[in-house]
Design a binder for this molecule. Structure first.
Ligand SMILES: [Fe+2]
Length: 292
């Protein structure tokens, strides 16, 4: 389905990928000024399609990448601040070619399990954006699941069961400490911060719809369950909701800007690519509201 959206300065085209999720945007140049109507149309397209990919932006400077991110709201700091773009501390870098201080391949986080970002924070990002600087020939997709559509497909009695559930969120759940990278584990153990309580079923502040919403690796427990029971239960929910009709795996082209509406989705990174090839993404987060 194609829908041409009016814009005074640019001729934008939005093409749906699948009925439940995903849309590709062409005909927009983020190095040029974006008028208010186009900004509104882009925002609405992210909310409707859960994940949006703006194509053909490989020519952007880092400052223009940041300005493109700011179309979608106020950027917030990434809590993983090990690799940032020089001069742009609100843009973090995900790169399989990172080296440690001795020049060896650095251990980088591999978020290959379904999650939403920064659930340990009171105000997690409403949008996560990934800009493709270098991409492998094949694989390395970002997968996104529309957990609003998935929630709506659940049996009524299961919805009733999970609706009131609350999660306790930390930087890293104790049930998964053994896979922690040393820096994250050190920060976690030295933190005196109380867990952040979040709803397992989140209401979207703009549409009023409900969606399943959690980060398994940051959920210490669902209130009323042990950490181990929690991990098993969240895995069960993950396996139930991540059906192909609700999910889209986006394999990047260089210059893609991908935007995910975190309030109605889970996502994961793909590591199924030739690691002698570089996969370098810039990540930006847009400040969000308190989930309810
Ligand atoms: Fe993520």
């Amino acid at each position: 389905m194609n829908a041409s959206l009016p814009s005074a300065s640019q001729s934008m085209n939005v093409t749906k990928v699948k009925p439940n999720i995903g849309a590709i945007v062409t005909g927009v140049d983020l190095s040029r000024p974006i008028d208010e109507a186009t900004k509104k149309a882009l925002h609405a397209a992210v909310v409707e399609n859960v994940v949006l990919v703006i194509r053909d932006q490989a020519h952007l400077t880092s400052a223009q990448v940041q300005a493109a991110g700011e179309i979608f709201g106020e950027l917030m700091e990434d809590q993983n601040r090990r690799y940032l773009v020089d001069g742009h501390p609100l843009i973090s870098v995900l790169d399989n070619f990172h080296k440690d201080s001795e020049g060896k391949p650095a251990k980088v986080g591999k978020n290959a399990t379904w999650h939403t970002d920064h659930t340990n924070q009171e105000f997690p990002p409403k949008f996560t954006m990934l800009y493709a600087v270098a991409v492998p020939d094949k694989g390395g997709a970002t997968s996104v699941c529309n957990t609003r559509a998935a929630y709506e497909s659940l049996p009524e009695n299961f919805k009733q069961k999970i609706n009131p559930m609350k999660t306790e969120n930390t930087l890293l759940s104790s049930a998964r400490f053994k896979i922690a990278n040393p820096d994250v584990l050190k920060a976690q153990l030295s933190s005196t911060k109380l867990p952040t309580i979040q709803p397992l079923v989140r209401t979207h502040p703009e549409t009023g719809t409900k969606a399943v919403w959690f980060h398994k690796g940051k959920t210490e427990k669902i209130i009323g369950m042990t950490p181990e029971e929690t991990q098993d239960f969240l895995q069960e929910i993950t396996d139930t909701i991540t059906q192909p009709e609700f999910c889209y795996a986006h394999e990047y082209q260089k210059g893609d800007l991908l935007i995910v509406d975190n309030r109605a989705s889970l996502h994961k990174a793909g590591f199924d690519y030739d690691h002698s090839q570089q996969r370098r993404l810039y990540r930006m987060l847009v400040r969000g509201d308190r989930p309810y």
